[in-house]
Design a protein around this ligand. Sequence first.
Ligand SMILES: Cc1cc2nc3c(=O)[nH]c(=O)nc-3n(C[C@H](O)[C@H](O)[C@H](O)COP(=O)(O)OP(=O)(O)OC[C@H]3O[C@@H](n4cnc5c(N)ncnc54)[C@H](O)[C@@H]3O)c2cc1C
Length: 380
Amino acid sequence: MDQKQFEVLRAEIEDYVRGPAEEFGEEIEKTHLVPRRLWEDLSSRGYLRLAAPKEYGGMGIALTRYVDLLEIFSMAHASIRMIVHVSNGIWRAIDRFATAEQRDMFVKPQVNGDIRVAFTLTEPTAGTGADIRTSVVRRGDTYFLSGEKHLITFGVNCDYWLLFARLERTIGQDGVVALMVDRNSPGVTVNSMPDSMGVRGTDHAHLIFDGTPVPIANRLGDEGQGLEVAFSGFLTPSRICVAMSCVGLARRAQELAVEHAKKRHTFGKPLASRQSIAFALAENATDIEAARQLVKYAASRFEEGDQLDTMYASMAKLNAVDMLTRVTDKALQIHGGIGYWEPNPIERIYRDARAQRFEEGTNEVQKALVSRAILTNVDQ
Ligand SMILES: Cc1cc2nc3c(=O)[nH]c(=O)nc-3n(C[C@H](O)[C@H](O)[C@H](O)COP(=O)(O)OP(=O)(O)OC[C@H]3O[C@@H](n4cnc5c(N)ncnc54)[C@H](O)[C@@H]3O)c2cc1C
């Protein structure tokens, strides 16, 4: 795609976000449900296969350009951003260790919107990562899966769970397997999680597995490579994308704050004429631009295969999420008390923003990764 075509696409997405996506967002806030036709609409416009390679049916847009588009999508309702982000990214996790057959069975159908895949790692009784307890026993060509997962985005309405479990009686990273588990397998109880604070409408699952059979052919990579499937190759670009989501959401909060500050008059003058308000807007603008540039730098490091790309991705995410907290707080404050009430869009944005602190690793996780890189690379 040349620059001109890219600009046309970007303008088209901006029109979509400011038009139909706003209407979808209002509907989701009222019903707390993502309508099926939203998925269909996004898919038919090609917005769910922007970043995947052309040979898989995607548009092949490189990460450094894709993040510009994601910034715009992130100005919309968080559930819309979530659909776009997950659909454009999860193929990477499956693809890295997939065999040719698995690529045909899972990766290409996911890119083309024929199947939905939910990333299924977090557990209610264990830490996220090498601590996981959900386990499998192997009998012949089948694993039997038992354990519990929760907070799984799209985990109710999906076709496969990309699920991480361990071979029974292993500990740590060893023995972790990545499995494509059919959503309609026997021996699974699928519960919808109750409503969350933000990101309304997106379904989240609580899953209980009790001897669920999974064919060994559905394992990605070898036994013991499960956490590599989960974390390497996938998480770095995904963190960069989540960081850009923060930029997009902060940009929308700032737009609303600017509009409100110009419109609302107190004591005979618009809020925008007060230095304290104008300075808050200036701080926000600076914060957003700085975060955007670090995200773009991290994306360029990833694309160029920099050995420290993981560190830059964590820096970008850590910085962007803290920026988003500051910006949405000031934007809400500028709105005054009415901003705290539904259906004021800043009320929703403030709630949606908080979820970003958990996605693709908390701040503590990002700091652990950055500090490890600093301490093992003397040049930093
Ligand atoms: C909206 C939303 C969508 C989500 N979607 C998915 C999904 O699709 N798939 C999925 O698998 N998960 C999903 N999650 C879960 C998310 O990835 C986790 O919430 C996140 O990784 C934190 O894990 P936890 O909730 O188990 O927190 P805990 O591990 O219980 O941690 C609690 C707090 O302690 C800190 N902490 C934990 N361990 C340590 C340590 N060793 N040292 C220092 N600090 C520590 C954490 O950073 C955190 O602040 C989602 C969460 C949200 C909010």
